[in-house]
Ligand binder design. Sequence first.
Ligand SMILES: [Zn+2]
Length: 845
Amino acid sequence: MKSRNQFSVFSFQFSVARRAARIFLAFVLFALFVATGLASGQGRVTAASEAENVELYQALLDLQNPWTVMCVAAHPDDEDGATLTILRRKYGVHTVTVFSTYGEGGQNVVGPELYEELGAIRARETEEAARVQGSEPYFLGLRDFGFSKSADEAFRFWGHDEALRRMVLKIRELRPDVIITNHDTVTGHGHHQATGRLVLEAFDAAADPQRFPEQLRNGVTTWQVKRLFVRFQFEGSGSKQAEEEATRTGKIVSINPNERDAVRGTTYAEQALQALQHHATQGPWPKTLPPGGRPPIRYRLAREAKDAAPLPANAQTVLEGLRLPQGVEETLLPQEAKALLPLFSDKSRQNVLSALINARKNGLFAAHAVTNDQPRFRLMQERLSHALAAASGINTMLITSNKVLIPGTTTKASLNINNFGSRPARIESISLRGFEQPGKANLPKTLAPGETVIIELQSSTPRTANITVPAAEHLYDGKLFGEELAASVNVSLDGATFPVEAKTQIDVAPAVEITSITPSPFVVTSGTVNKPTTFSVHVINHQQERFNGKIVAGNPVNHNGVFGSAFTLEPNQALELPVTFEPQFHGSAERGGFKAVENPIRFIVMRADLKSGVSQRNVPAIYSHALVAPNLHVGYLPSFDETLKHSLSALGVDAKELTVDDVRAGDLSSYQTIIIDNRGYQAHPELIAANSRLMDYVKAGGNLIVFYHKNNEWNPDPQRNRPQLAPYPITLGGLRVTDENAPIEFTEPQNPLLNYPNKITAEDFKGWIQERGLYYPQDWDAHYSAPLSMNDPGEQPLRGGLLVADYGSGHYIYTSLVWYRQLRAGIPGAYRVLANMISYGRKEN
Ligand SMILES: [Zn+2]
């Protein structure tokens, strides 16, 4: 289990290391020029790194474009990556993306995290992708409860008005001229359809002072977006008619993503693919583009403001034809700004800098008092400041002495201000956020070329500060990325003044944090109840001093604490501590009368003197009355997480984790049952070539269970050398049952799978989470029995969720129900059905 804390520490170190490397390189180059007497302005220009040149070019391009385009997406990876990249990288448009959700209801192909933990990771991935696209991500924080088939279902969870309120607020705050989206109102995932509907409504509502009037304060005003574009859908769909109509009337924009970015040397489609690859939990993504690149990206104009300029025929961008009001246009698109970009191609950084200094002194982009569009002027002034910082070589960096803030302590930080340029700079003032103001005497006044000053800062964290770890618990409260520490250095250079910003985000964490505990939830069954259990408690010492402590585990029934052994953590050290104890459950094993325990098991990190606790974490405890056949040996091939391992352990069966090599060459005859985890043939592609061994195993009397796969990972495909993987044919379709409460019909109540050792009833399908199953078989051989049937409301029954057949002397079970989600969540019925699956064929008599 990867905690947000470890994650953020990693990315923090990484970004510092990357910047430090760049600064070091610049320093080395500078020293070289000093040594050879070449440290002139001209020398500095050639010394600028490729990355610095790209940054300066982008900063100058940004001065040519005062427009904002917003992309609206339901989940991370639904954004129009290529269009966003082109708008910013080719035209300098200010681009923002608003995501309805964090995508926490999806699957994770690279790690065990799901739900809120997955959402926290996806937020990071989205930030990384946005960096490549040159856009800014924002999240509405609506809950991703998993796949839904309709917008109505999405609105039942989100609340239509609440979702609209959030979307309208973001439009009013970010003030886009144009909105683009991949989502229409009828195609695909219910979240996509709902987001498509919201953006249409928000287009009008954001401009209407009667809608959400409480938002109209603190500088937030109504805002009229000029145009809304919806991307052509990939598959034929309900918007086909609208697309044909738009094509007929010429209300479309067609964008070629295969153009080469001369400054970066790659095509925009390649950059977009690079961004997409950052959404790693949603992969695997292609490594390269198809030959010939991507087809044109087409949008239809879905809505326009009454006063919007008409969209020209054959438009290449969504902004084409739009004009700023008179007076504003002259100020924000002046000749002076246009003249800056050609200076870059002269490779004369000094000329660029001089021109930028003059522009600032001449009041470029200074707002008129009369305008009601102040934020647009502010944006352009910030962009001018950024260009000045990039051209001048003034650089700032914040480095904290600790990776987290600890309540009741003070954290030191250094603010490095470097002058890699060739002109002396004056430091006028420094404004700080999250730091105490240092004494005036400590502030340097001037910064000579080549000089670096370091200002020591400190940040005091109150004893009562709110903890921001684990990130999964802060997905919706605005503290997902911790607290922000920032410094803004106001610099003047040859009479032009501009701020240079440095900021970092840092978590607030206890001195010693419990980052995870496994297993969690803690599930016990008839075979494991009231027996000693060993938990793995992962702790990390965030302090710069040694910590001596003990873990206490609190019993859920009588609250008796059990002390683990003493441990010592060096500064910043992380440890996995085994804590063995016997949680007490109510009831009697013989009668199966145990209750799910309402109180969780509580783990507390204490100081060694046991006088005070430092942090704590709870583990839910759940009882399932699940019996298994005697003397079972089970082998399992896990895919993405440890759910199977913990579930088999909860059932008390002797289980061994297998590798593909074990399947290929090992002795499988000692296992009565083998389980292939969900999407196992995708997670282990080599398994396909070893599949005949599994078929031989079944023929010889084994019991093979295969969990759900996607249709394109399973169905026979000669191009991928994939034969039929089941002993008798099973063809998967794309249908799902997304209602986790959909009634179950027992179509073969006498089937042993539903009767031994546990009598399975409707009760076992209660309390499920997210969904029933995905990619149900659409065709299967007559050898299979299908003892269950289920369907979403108003849909046809799906019978293939659980298939079982005899083959040779053994048995084969394929199931498209999402057992991994239910087992992981500790749903008691799922443990009972798993017990029956692994016991299948073992009944003596
Ligand atoms: Zn999506």
